[in-house]
Structures are given as C-alpha cells and as structure tokens.
Design a protein. Structure first.
Length: 432
C-alpha cells in the first residue's frame, strides 16, 4: 500500500517540445514539496517507445491504447491524474503528425479521461491546459461530458478559457500561467553552469556577455535587424524549442551570432535562457521568461515590443499547485478509508515510525550528552596545559589525542542521528 498519494501526469512528454518536457519536471518537484510521501508518474501516448534526445534520458511511461482494461489499470494505480499541455481537443489527426499511429487516439485519454465510474475514485483534472482549436458542433456533447467529470479545470490563456466556456458557460475555469514560471527552482546553478560550459566548448554560446536569445520560430532577417537595433553589440543565440536531435556540433555563423546544436537537453536550453539578457519568442515563453526575470519581446511591425510579466504569476501558480496537492490527498484518504486492510496496515506503519522516532531521539540526546562530556574533558586538558606554560607531557599528549578522536567520533554520530531524525520527521526538526 502506498503511504501517500499516487499522482499520474498525462501529457505530450514524448514529443521534442521544451515547454512540455519542462512542465512535468517542475510539477513533480512542487508536488513532492507539498506531499513528501507521494509518488509521481509521468505518462505520454508512446512514452519510452518514442525516445527523444531532449528529455536527457528521462523517458516516460506509455499510456498505451485507451481500452477499458487499461483505464481501469491506471485508475487502480493512482489517486489523481493531472493532464497538462496543448491537448484539449478532439482532432486525433493533429496528434498523428508526431505519432504516426492511426490506432492511437490520444484524445480518448486527454479529453475523455477515465470515464464516469473510474473518475469517482481517481479524479482527472486539467491543469493549465491549452485548447488550441475551436470545437466543432459535433464535439459539444463529448467536451461537455468531459467537463462535467473534471474535478478541477484551469487553462493557460484566455483564448482557451473562451473555447471551454462556449461549451459549458457554468464551468469554473481559471487562467493559470504554466508552471514553467518556476523553472529557476528546478535546476541547481551548478548543473546550469556545467551545461553552459559545454555549449561554449561547442562554439554555441558566447564566451563573454549575456546574449539575446531568439526562438527560431520567429527568426528572420527582419527579427535579426530589429534585435541589433534594440540591443546594439549584443551577441545573438538562436534557439529551437522543438529540436529533433542530431549531431551535437554547431559552429557560429559569425562572431556575434550563435546557433545551438540539435542534440540539446532541457538543461541546455534552461542554461541558455537563464543567462540571457532578453528573449525574443512567442507568447508561450512569457512564463518561462518571468522565471528568470528576463524581458520577453515580440516582433510587431518590424519593432520589438516588450511583453509585460503577468500580474501575480507566482501566487496564481502556487494556488493551483495547492489545489492539486489537496485533491490528491483527499482522493488517497478516501481510498485508504474505504479499505479496512489498508487502514490497518497504515496504522501499523505509523506505530513503527513512532517507535523509530523515539529511538532516534533517544540516540540523538545520548550522543549529545556524550559529546558534551568529551568537550568538558578536552577543556580541562587545555586548562592544565596553560598552567604548565605550554609544555605537553607525553601522557597528556596521548590523552589529548584520544579525546580529540572521541570528540570527532561523537560529532559524526550526532550529525548522523540529527540527519536521520530530520528525515523521519520530514525536516520538521532539521534546525533543532
């Protein structure tokens, strides 16, 4: 039995799209911070059956075919399913450009979810999803039924919200920026610095200065000219947010213009964005630019126009994450409460943890007392040494060495006990 909620993330995580691959990493980190005992699994239509270089080897689990058996299997394994990405639509032909599998209809997962009966015990939510297309009249009933089952719905932009409201005006649908706005918390500075050194070694990033990053989907001579007018002398780095892999080599076109290699990872792209002085891209990069406090520009009428950071972006995302964590915990609690065997096992585990906690606390206190005694003895020796004018008899030197070793051992034991106690308490007493 799981000792905490089991959360599944569903999305296009097997497609080379930087934004879509970044979302589950950040969601997993943030949900684990709120629910330390939870388990988070990532699923995509083909998952590990469609490996991509951009994910850096972090392959996802395959959703498989949307059969009743598969959906029941997924409901049994999880307490909450969170759907993300630009996937709320019914046009499976749109998916085929990536999967080339006519027998694979992703919308039967992303839109239809698990169905009425299964979603009563394993809710499906749409979190900061995109609705890229207007719905046809024939889709109204299907989308309406899906919305009625959703425990929670949020979208990433106003256009997506309006498309859902056109189907069901009464649905509570909030606009929430993508969690990519928290990208700065997802990678350590050491990792990003190493990736930047790698890109510099390939000649794909300037040795000095912070460049202007230009997305290849808006790249043109007009864009390049506008950037050079707005940021004279600044190096340019062209970035493809949808790289399909390839040789990990690239050469600068000239001393001021750089292009990243095809074989990059999420960490590489993040390192570039974190070290940019400006980003020129589409509006979807708004949350990402805000993560690193880098201004985002759009090309309008041959000029660069700054796009303002959304108001209260971090607060809105935090509220969204709190909602997801609460829904997962509620669903898990209902599952445990409805299973007498699970409840009994959980009680046994809690009792065992309490016993371990008391034992570790006693060990921690004992080792602390031992350390204090050894320090007092050491202080007595130092005091006697001062009385003799600094001359150290052989017997005293030997005793001093023994006590130094004892103090060191006691300090190590104390640190170990403190660490174990903090882990057991979930960090609650890590500053004790």
């Amino acid at each position: 039995m799981a000792l905490g909620p089991r959360i599944a993330l569903w999305g296009p995580y097997d497609i080379a799209d930087y934004h879509d691959l970044l979302v589950p990493r950040i969601l997993e980190r943030e949900l684990l911070a709120r629910l330390p005992l939870t388990r988070v699994d990532r699923y995509a239509p083909l998952g590990s059956e469609r490996p991509i270089a951009l994910d850096g080897g972090r392959a996802t689990l395959p959703l498989g075919l949307p059969t009743p058996h598969r959906k029941r299997q997924l409901a049994d394994r999880h307490d909450l399913i969170v759907v993300t990405g630009d996937v709320v639509h019914t046009d499976d032909l749109r998916h085929q450009q990536f999967y080339d599998r006519p027998d694979l209809p992703p919308s039967e997962f992303f839109v239809d979810g698990l169905g009425d009966a299964l979603e009563r015990r394993c809710p499906v939510v749409w979190s900061s999803v995109g609705v890229p297309l207007d719905f046809a009249a024939t889709d109204a009933e299907r989308i309406g039924a899906a919305l009625a089952r959703r425990t929670h719905v949020s979208v990433r932009d106003q256009a997506s919200r309006e498309r859902l409201l056109a189907i069901a005006a009464s649905v509570d649908t909030a606009v929430v920026p993508e969690v990519t706005a928290l990208a700065a918390h997802a990678f350590s500075p050491d990792v990003l610095n190493r990736r930047l050194d790698y890109l510099r070694a390939l000649g794909s990033f300037p040795e000095d200065g912070r460049p202007v990053v230009v997305s290849v989907d808006v790249a043109s001579e007009e864009t390049e000219a506008a950037v050079k007018r707005r940021f004279p002398g600044a190096p340019l780095v062209f970035v493809d947010f949808h790289p399909e892999g390839g040789p990990a080599t690239a050469a600068p076109r000239d001393r001021e213009v750089f292009t990243l290699p095809n074989a990059v990872t999420v960490e590489d792209l993040t390192a570039v964005l974190a070290n940019a002085q400006a980003i020129v891209s589409m509006t979807r990069a708004q949350a990402l630019a805000g993560a690193f406090d880098v201004p985002l520009f759009l090309l309008t009428g041959g000029r660069l126009e700054s796009l303002a950071k959304p108001a209260e972006m971090g607060a809105r995302i935090d509220r969204e994450l709190d909602v997801l964590a609460a829904l997962a915990e509620q669903s898990w609690s209902r599952r445990v409460a409805g299973d007498p065997a699970a409840s009994e096992l959980l009680a046994q585990v809690i009792t065992t943890w309490e016993e371990r906690y008391q034992a570790l606390r006693a060990a921690y206190e004992s080792r602390g007392e031992r350390l204090l005694v050894e320090r007092l003895r050491f202080a007595e020796i130092v005091e006697r040494l001062e009385e003799t004018g600094g001359e150290l008899p052989a017997e005293l030197a030997e005793r001093m060495a023994e006590l130094e070793n004892a103090v060191f051992t006691a300090q190590a034991a104390e640190a170990e006990a403190r660490y174990k106690l903090a882990r057991l308490m979930g960090g609650a007493e890590s500053d004790a």
